[in-house]
Design a protein around this ligand. Sequence first.
Ligand SMILES: Nc1ncnc2c1ncn2[C@@H]1O[C@H](COP(=O)(O)OP(=O)(O)OP(=O)(O)O)[C@@H](O)[C@H]1O
Ligand SMILES: Nc1ccn([C@H]2C[C@H](O)[C@@H](COP(=O)(O)O)O2)c(=O)n1
Length: 417
Amino acid sequence: MARHLKLLVQRWSSRVFSVEVDGAPRYFGIREQLRGEPVPPDVFSEVQKQDRCYSLLVCSGDRVTGDRFHWELRDRLQRQLPPGSGVRSMSSFIPDQKGSLLKGYFLQSRAGNSSLIEDILTDLEQRNPVLVCSYSQSEDGQQWTQCLWYQSEDNPVRFCVVPSETPKHHPSVLNMINSDVFYSLDEACDVLKQCGDIIPETRSVLGMLPSSLDARRKPDFPVIVIEGLDATGKTTLTESLRDSLGATLLRSPPQCLSAWRGRFDREPPLIRRAFYAVGNYITAEQINQEASKSPVIVDRFWHSTAAYAIATAVTGPVSNLPHEGAEVYRWPGDLLQPSLVILLTLDPEERKRRLRSRGLMKTDEEEELDHNKLFRTRVEEAYRRIVGSACIALDASPSADLVLQQALLLIRAKCHL
Ligand SMILES: Nc1ncnc2c1ncn2[C@@H]1O[C@H](COP(=O)(O)OP(=O)(O)OP(=O)(O)O)[C@@H](O)[C@H]1O
Ligand SMILES: Nc1ccn([C@H]2C[C@H](O)[C@@H](COP(=O)(O)O)O2)c(=O)n1
């Protein structure tokens, strides 16, 4: 057992465990001894008497390898495990301790499948940086215990599973900075450099970066960023603004990265977000060059990178987002600040209508929409919480021409154009 795993297990009993049920986290803790009446946490309330549960937590010392392994593990488990094993996202963390998050999966199996599952998990643990636990129910069905797998043969340590209070922060918030949201070019580049051997395309991406960047350089002409969810009318408005203002239109990620975007979209969040972060710095350099000649309109920039990353990392309602004023919402110190950021907002029904008329909406399932609704509200709220280059919301529901007129009014008022 690697040294870092031993160290991890030393503080095991101070950890809280979180399992995703219906898109929101449910929590439980562990105690060495049970005091008072046993109360099974609600994660276990639907588990049948003879069933067993297992958890796998990824604990690689190297975060790029760990994140890629975690990303592939879900597919692998779904392929290898017997049907009905119910693979759910799980994490474990020490409350309020930054960087303490471990990500993994929680499984539930019928009693008859246990030996097959245990063979698969044993093999997984022997070959990979993963820590496996099993959960079993007491005879009277009143109590669940957790057993750390790697110790179980010679020195089994059993913990009592107990309910836990909902923590102050969603667990993902603990590891968000420089994992989901990058605050400097160096941090994002470090991640991409570490991927050089596994994703050869990263060398081409890094090759697009200018040799020096100066975030403090003040552009001669205004730089206006247009933000918003898909189909809120960004393309329509940015093209009209370009024509009305005689401006240059740029986008992030920039055109020069489009050949590799699909490749990075298939990677886990750490690598994908690093790619988009680097894209913003390449766009910033293009802005610097163009804004010496004309106003510049930008279709998506850092607000999109941060808001989507934050809203994807947490699950459940808006209240699970990092609180207003939290560090994650600040603008990176080494990234050019636009003169104005306009956030297009749209009624969800109208947005759906526009998506349909564009032919991109393929499924209308109720469940999917529910899920999207929470995600949509999290992204919009994260957009609004960003400070340092705060956005101004603009209602995008009127006709395209009226939205253009409103945007021009805002630009003239704020940028003196
Ligand atoms: N103000 C408007 N009123 C009605 N329809 C509009 C308006 N603005 C845009 N549309 C239409 O809505 C659809 C989405 O618009 P557009 O492509 O500009 O959005 P977008 O925000 O750029 O989307 P994405 O981020 O997915 O590229 C298009 O079919 C467009 O013609
Ligand atoms: N600067 C950017 C631009 C885009 N993204 C991500 C966020 C979404 O996942 C997706 C939306 O882009 P679209 O489909 O509208 O082209 O791309 C980002 O992170 N940063």
